[in-house]
Design a protein around this ligand. Sequence first.
Ligand code: NI
Length: 158
Amino acid sequence: MAIRTIREMGDEILTKVCKEVKMMTPRTEELIDDMFETMYESNGVGLAAPQVGILKRIAVIDCTGEDPILLINPVILETAGEQTGQEGCLSVPGKAGQVTRPNYVKVKAQDIDMEWFELEAEELLARAICHELEHLDGHLYVERVEGPLVDVTYEDEE
Ligand code: NI
């Protein structure tokens, strides 16, 4: 496993639409391991493959530090409700902004064995899923921020 360099806002790769993962390979498994390691090292709660320069539809999330979630080719099936709160991103270091997201999402994705599963999520996890999935289509949360981006001096980045 290795820590990968996190691409930051302004890097064109963060604006690209990622490609579907068609099959699991040793190289993709290594990428996933590295994404988890890079996310934990950076104290993030989520990381998408384009943030480490790879245009594949893969995201990793862990909102508690004890609940690693891997989403390959994720698709949101349902959303409900609304939550407004502060959000950050490892690709926009030192900043945060207020974003409104669904309070509930149901997502389907493939796991490390490329098996489909469904996941229901609320609150922070729902927010993280929405945030990471947008990365896979070349979008950053800053496009949705209500009000100014603020400086943060603590670690609460996604
Ligand atoms: Ni992000």
